[in-house]
Write a protein that binds this ligand. Sequence first.
Ligand SMILES: Cc1ncc(COP(=O)(O)O)c(C=O)c1O
Length: 397
Amino acid sequence: MKYDFDQVIDRTDTHSVKWDKNLLEEFFGTSDALPLWVADMDFLCPQPVVEAVTRKATEGIYGYSWHKTPEYFDAIIRWMSRRHGWNIDKESIVFSPGIVPAIDIMIRTFSNIGEKVIIQSPVYYPFFSAVQNNGRQLLTNQLKYENKRYTIDFEDFEEKAKDPLTKIFILCSPHNPVGRVWSEDELKKMGDICLENDVLVISDEIWHDLILTGNKHIIFSNISEEFADKSITCTAPSKTFNMAGLQTSNIIISNEKTREEFNFDISRRNNLGIPNAFGIVALMAAYNEGEEWLSQVLEYIEGNFGFLQNFLEDKLPDVDMVGPEGTYLAWLDFSFLGMNDEDRKEFLLKKAKVALDSGGIFGPGGEGFERINVACPKTILEECMNWIYNAIKEEKK
Ligand SMILES: Cc1ncc(COP(=O)(O)O)c(C=O)c1O
């Protein structure tokens, strides 16, 4: 089946976080802005997912649901093997309604108050709150930015890992917002440093299926048994198939003791072990029958990145786009405007009428940048960029 990603679907009154007028008002102080901020897609889900959820809806009973069937586990196991060459067994899979709540819990399970957690900024902002709101200390291993590309400051990483109070490293792979798909060499170096210093790696791989042509995602814990033993892999069909609202994720932990500790905390202490009825059927349909949709959506997203690149070269050559390798998030350097993040946010909202994620919220190194979600019909991206262009032209007059 050929999917039509050009179709513009009105999401304004659908309780969408990205599009809801009240929420835009609350977050941005205006509802009159084109939203390309929250990381979900403005595309219909794969048809098999829509059908599975519709079938479920017509059952008419939405009671407590149970996912631990052979079919549920098989769908995940086969996907990981087929797409990632990663062989996992069903015992290693722990359900979580989301990766963010899972990471919060892991911080509490695997470190004590006052201990330290490494993150690599600029990075997905809930990592900061997961550490700080749980009373742990944040260690920021800021990424290095050179020639429109981000790399890791290994010297600083090692120094931070060596701190006896450091217990956890949260790896974002692929990386939101800078779009890096880490190489095997980079992953090995980070992993070796963590092993040497007894630091647990929480590898958030929620973006692992959204990889652009020419790049290869490597599952951190698939690199070696030692890495698998000292890491936790966070996976979900939510970004891949645009079903984040169904709150269905899977945390893969091969080390039995680590798994039991996490399992106890997530399902007993936090009571988050019972899944969403729709999420179970959607996951199976997505992993079993969603591959064709995924390949078409990736092609479309690459087209949008290509459009953006050309647009910038033609009309806004002072705005640098960081070469995207994965995700559907463009990371653009607007520092030539000479505005601080707050002023630029206001300018983009009031003058360009676009709502984006302003770089500073991703922590040190994010200042001057804007994150734009390109998983939308091309006409919306074009509109957004034309409005930004016109506002800048006006400003520079
Ligand atoms: C790196 C990363 N982790 C986790 C999430 C969200 O996870 P969940 O919705 O499963 O809590 C996102 C969403 O943008 C993300 O970018």
